[in-house]
Structures are given as C-alpha cells and as structure tokens.
Ligand binder design. Structure first.
Ligand SMILES: Nc1ncnc2c1ncn2[C@@H]1O[C@H](COP(=O)(O)OP(=O)(O)O)[C@@H](O)[C@H]1O
Ligand SMILES: [Mg+2]
Length: 265
C-alpha cells in the first residue's frame, strides 16, 4: 500500500528560511545570494561591515522591499510580503534602529500606535475615540510581565532613557504576540548597564517564551554572547554561517573584514 506523504508539522520546518535572496538597486548589487535558516527559539546575529547589505536583507524579510530574486519561507510557507503590514500580520515584528517611538506620546500610546483600541465598537472606531484606560491597563500588564521597569504608562517617552525606550519597543512587539523579533542594532545607542539589561531581556524572552530573534549588531562581544548562529555578509555576499560553539570572535571578524575568504567557495 502506498504511504500518503504527510505535511511536515510546524516544529519540523524552520521558523524562517531565507533562500538565495538577491537585491539590486539600479547598478548597485546590495545582496548577491543570501541563504540561511532560523529555527524556533534561536537567536541569529546578522553581521557585516557598513554597506554589507544587512539593513536591505532585514527590509526584505519585513516587507519593506521585494527581493530581486529568491524566496522567504515562514513556517514552511512561501511569503511574498508586499508591505510591512503583511509581515507584521504573519508574526514578524521589526524594531528599527531609530525605534519609531513618538516622543510626545506616553508609553501606552506608543505600544498601541496604529492599532489603537477604540470605545463603542465600529462607531467609536469611526469617530476615533480611544479607550485609554484599557490601553494603559493592558500596557502596564504586558510590560510588567516582561520585568521592564517603566516609571508609569502615562509618562511621555521623551523623558525616558535609551534602555527604557528599547524595552518599550520590544514590549510593543511582544504585546502583539509575535514569534520572530528582528532588532536592528538594539544596543548601539545604549550605555553599559542598559546594554546589559536589553541583552538579558532577549535571553530571558527566548528562555521563557521560546521567541526567536534576528539581531543586527556591530558589537562582537554582544553577538558572541547572545547568538546561537552568526550569518556574515560582506559586500552583499553571504560569506559564512557560523555556530557559536564552533567559532570565535576573531574568526567572525576575519570573515567581516575579508581576512578570511568565504566559507562557501
Ligand atoms: N534604497 C536604496 N537605493 C540604492 N542603494 C541602496 C538602497 N539601500 C541600500 N543601498 C545600497 O545597498 C548596499 C547595502 O546597504 P545596506 O543594506 O544599508 O548595508 P548595511 O545595513 O549592511 O550597512 C549599499 O551599497 C547601499 O548604498
Ligand atoms: Mg544598516
């Protein structure tokens, strides 16, 4: 009797699979064929010198640009995100380097930005009446669970430190139940203590909630500490994928600078 092939269950396929992605902007070849997989609960660091193509790759994964060629799979399904909202709806939340928090708004308003809860259903939505008490309650609850110490959900973001802002941005992603968080240089603007808090938050969220992270960073010590896997880009080329336990900071840097040739050819 013939065996009917069953579909792979969600935990047998990688959460994210990037296959042979290329991107050209006019004469510039920003990406020349990048492939990697990100397993559920994995922390992947994307590294490379300025202009290597990191931000372009993240923008393709998060639906800002279409790739010139290649495919993205999420939970085994091919994805063609034609806009950021499509990636968001699929469970991919991206925290860009500038964070996109609105300085004058309070914490709750920032967490709910663009997805505000309105009172009185359809009519309220149409009139734009926000249910602030419920938004604040929900925000305080969500951030509280993350051990993010925010003075009060009613405090304007401009009065907060860099670490608190990063935490709010991550908290916003979590409030909406994402499974993949993409963080572009999450600690670049932070001091030593705040960097430590953000790194701990990433490690804890992976451990307690099984969240997956794709992190861009220039700080090799941080990368080496939190990443399970490191993908190195150089001038748009994918030059190495290294498992943390099989590499060193020196080797990662050698691939970034070109002192070490691509592992793939
Ligand atoms: N929108 C764009 N138009 C034209 N060229 C771009 C655009 N975005 C990025 N590039 C070019 O693509 C290359 C990779 O850039 P980027 O992805 O920003 O690198 P990284 O984030 O690693 O510093 C660079 O040569 C950059 O100038
Ligand atoms: Mg960049």
């Amino acid at each position: 009797m013939e065996q009917i092939a069953s579909r792979p269950s969600p935990d047998q396929v990688p959460l994210l699979k990037v296959e042979n992605i290329t991107k050209t902007f006019g004469a510039v070849q920003a990406l020349r064929g990048v492939s990697f997989t990100l397993e559920r609960g994995e922390i992947l660091a994307l590294v490379g010198d300025n202009g290597a193509g990191k931000s372009t790759l993240v923008k393709i994964i998060s639906g800002v640009y279409p790739p010139t060629s290649g495919q993205i799979f999420l939970n085994g399904q091919v994805c063609t995100f034609d806009r950021p909202a499509a990636a968001l709806a699929a469970g991919i939340e991206t925290v860009y380097q500038n964070l996109a928090l609105i300085e004058e708004l309070d914490v709750a308003d920032n967490v709910y930005l663009g997805r505000e809860t309105t009172r009185w259903g359809v009519l309220g939505r149409w009139l734009g009446i926000l249910d602030r008490p419920s938004m604040r309650r929900h925000t305080a609850q969500a951030l509280g669970q993350l051990h993010i110490k925010i003075p009060a959900p009613t405090l304007a973001v401009r009065r907060m430190s860099g670490g608190q802002r990063q935490a709010i941005a991550i908290g916003r992603a979590l409030t909406w139940g994402r499974e993949l968080l993409i963080l572009d240089e999450p600690t670049a603007a932070l001091g030593v203590d705040e960097t430590e808090q953000v790194l701990r938050m990433i490690e804890e969220l992976r451990a307690t909630r099984g969240l997956s992270f794709l992190v861009i960073s220039h700080n090799m010590q941080n990368v080496y500490r939190i990443a399970d896997k490191v993908v190195v880009l150089r001038q748009g080329r994918h030059v190495a994928t290294l498992r943390k336990e099989e590499t060193t900071v020196e080797e990662i840097v050698a691939y970034i600078t070109g002192a070490k040739e691509s592992a793939f050819n």
